[in-house]
Design a binder for this molecule. Sequence first.
Ligand SMILES: *Cc1c(COP(=O)(O)O)cnc(C)c1O
Length: 408
Amino acid sequence: MSLARGRHVLAIPGPSVMPDRVLNAMHRGAPNIYEGEIIGLTEEVFEGLRKVARTDGKAVIYLSNGHGAWEAALVNTLCRGDSVLALSTGRFAKGWAEMARALGVTVEMVDFGTRAAVEPGRVEEALRRHPGVRAVLLVQTDTASSVLNDVAAVRRAMAAAGSDALLMVDCIASLACDEYHMDAWGADVTVAGCQKGLMTPPGLGLVFVGPRAEAARKRADLVTPYWDWAPRCSPEAYYQKFCGTAPTHHLYGLHEALRMILEEEGLEAVWARHRALSRAVHAAVEAWGRGGPWELNIADPAARSAAVTSIRMGGLDAFALRRHAEGELGVTLGVGLALDNPAAGARETGVFRIGHMGHVSPAVLLGTLAAIETSMDALGMPHGSGALEAAARTLAQATAPGIDRAAE
Ligand SMILES: *Cc1c(COP(=O)(O)O)cnc(C)c1O
């Protein structure tokens, strides 16, 4: 019997849950794009984005997804034949590196596997072996493995190796979820998208450009007119910010999302909230694992993202679990991206993911964990007890009166 009625819950790592306020802000007729409200609102969006990335550099918006932002970062800084160092901790740095290769860039790859963060010592060593690399490609949160990498530590390793390469960071999954300080941590380029922590429907690729990256544009020979960030960084007319028609409705939506993040909640509170919610998920998985094959993919708590959690389930059928949760209980869980065997289909990965980025309420997250346990029971999948209590206890501690533990 299916009980999947009522409001459906989406617990995938992007697109994330969109606030009604963001959707409602988009529900309007097209505005005048030559003058009036949209001009000032656009300025506020760019200003807000720079605050979210914690940078004094330039913000650039492409009408694209995250892959477009990846390409923009590469073509504006590199020449055919240049080499870059990619640091892989899951799937996404490899995808970015493949794109670089397709553009004619040589890629040196250091692969840290799928269960641990980048080790700065190995980055330093690799840079000493390849002193000529022009850029280091790092993913802050790899959405496949749910690892969180230490961006500042990678920059320190680059300095220790005497490298003046650009540090380019993919924050597509992590921006406005995991703590990030583009300037203070020494990143030259940050790429993001609007559909994860920024809670806006997919369609905007975001790139933040520091001064060294802006200077690198002068020699880059891979750039094409649409992706060129030079006119977008220093526009003489409004349309040049977008190389054409502005993404008007997305701007209204993102403006509302930025208001919620920066003005109403505060960015630090947003980070702390994601951290607290992620700890509830970790506590539940650890309890399940005391009586079944359930295991957090990332063992080291300091290397776990607050945006998404990848959960291993031994030989159990991840497809069956997700199908039951969705079809019978109304919760869509994230597909596990193959971690051990890239050739495996989604059915055989033995992994599923819970997205807890963006507009996720604690009640919905607790409900998601309860629904997962319900599916485990319905399918006869063994698990330890006390997972829901453990999750509730974690959130009780974070929200107990008198102590602002969320800010810890
Ligand atoms: C989602 C994601 C991407 C890809 O973004 P698209 O919008 O699907 O192109 C790249 N990197 C990371 C870390 C992601 O989470």
